[in-house]
Design a protein around this ligand. Structure first.
Ligand code: PLP
Length: 388
């Protein structure tokens, strides 16, 4: 990977594992006595799964969560010892390997429940296979549909009685539509917990809230909250301000300026020449494009900070390159251009970027491409060097 004159990478996503750790500590305090699961799916929202997981674990995360079982298995192989839950499975997911690695299985159907029990019989686990039943309380996606829950609870009670599975948790996921909808889902969830109890299923953990619910609707915290975006210092929703909690953005995305030039008024930039210089101006070229996860929708509107000054992208974002209108600013080749990071350090926020380009902060950080080098700094020993 090329190094710029400042010693940093030409394209770099700097991941501050100490900031991640501080976020986890603050979030645990904020939601106590509920426990915290830090969600590290999708490469920890683009931050690098294993370094992020190790940093979160060292900072006191009670649990770690992933979507795929394979993601959780990779964390175990990488030395993560905290309780792990994985909740989205294809038919090929290796439940036996999951159970053997001490990973709790989030299950969304009767078929998955049978497969989990069989995995234990096949020698997967020491004792009963640990499962959390995921209930659909209105989102209409993953989760046991309402018409099936009773049959699943009954079968879970049988399997528990036979010592083949242990139902550690019941959980669901909120739609984050508004307070009324979310409280309606909470009530539906509580009714299902009662129904499970009636069938003899009494798990120790009930969990419902992700970042938005955990921060905006305290009554949804229950025993455990599953925090993804907030752990990375970002807001789950424009209606939820995370700054008062002292959360710090963990990722800073930057690139070096690889060329500068001056162009006369009327000069066009990039494909389709959609942008034309309104006056004689300077242009800076950055080696970042949609191949690196910069949305094409950032054409003519994305924000970039160079030497503390804010500029706007001029013309279309291409696959590998984008151009910034720098006016008369004294920008030079080798200068660092920051696209997003910590506003407290003068960087544009990911949230402001998301707003400018019509998406959400989740999508921006998660889609940072493979050509952008993740540089992990801080964190517990070994975390920054861990294979992301
Ligand atoms: C992704 C996910 C989360 C984390 O959501 P955030 O909004 O990032 O906190 C929690 N629970 C489930 C089931 C998820 O899929």
């Amino acid at each position: 990977m090329t190094r710029a004159a400042d010693g940093r990478r030409t394209r770099e996503a700097r991941i501050d594992l100490d900031a991640l750790g501080r976020n986890v500590v603050r979030l645990r305090e904020a939601v106590a006595p509920a426990k915290v699961m830090v969600v590290v799916k999708a490469q920890a929202y683009g931050h690098g799964a294993l370094p992020a997981a190790l940093a979160a674990e060292a900072a006191g995360a009670d649990w770690l969560g992933t979507a795929d079982l394979e993601e959780a298995l990779a964390l175990r192989r990488g030395g993560v010892r905290a309780p792990l839950l994985a909740w989205l499975h294809g038919t090929g997911a290796d439940f036996r390997a999951g159970a053997a690695a001490g990973i709790d299985l989030g299950l969304s159907s009767l078929l998955q429940l049978e497969r989990a029990a069989d995995a234990g019989d096949a020698g997967g686990a020491d004792g009963p296979v640990r499962v959390h039943l995921k209930l659909d309380t209105g989102l209409g996606r993953n989760g046991i549909p309402p018409r099936d829950v009773e049959a699943v609870f009954r079968r879970a009670a049988e399997l528990e009685h036979a010592g083949r599975v242990r139902v550690v948790g019941l959980f669901s996921h909120l739609s984050n539509t508004d307070r009324e909808e979310d409280l309606g889902q909470l009530a539906a969830f509580e009714r299902l917990v009662e129904l499970a109890r009636g069938e003899g299923v009494e798990p120790e953990l009930r969990h419902l809230a992700a970042s938005a619910g955990a921060l905006a609707l305290p009554e949804t915290r229950l025993d455990l909250v599953r925090l993804g975006i907030a752990s990375y210092g970002l807001s789950p929703d424009p209606r939820v301000d995370v700054a008062p909690l002292g959360l710090e953005p963990v990722m800073e995305l930057s690139a070096e300026v690889v060329a500068v030039r001056r162009v006369p008024a009327g000069h066009g930039v990039s494909y389709g020449l959609t942008w034309r210089a309104p006056r004689e101006t300077g242009l800076a070229l950055l080696p970042l494009g949609y191949g690196d996860g910069i949305p094409r929708a950032a054409s003519d509107r994305g924000i970039v900070v160079i030497r503390g000054e804010r500029f706007t992208i001029a013309g279309r974002v291409a696959m590998d390159q984008l151009v910034v209108d720098i006016g008369d600013a004294p920008v030079e080749v080798g200068d660092r251009a920051v696209l997003w990071g910590d506003p407290a350090a003068g960087a544009p926020s990911v949230e402001a970027w998301a707003d400018a380009v019509g998406t959400i902060d989740y999508e921006l950080v998660t889609r940072v491409g493979g050509r952008v080098e993740r540089v992990h700094v801080g964190g517990p020993e070994g975390a920054a060097e861990a294979e992301a």
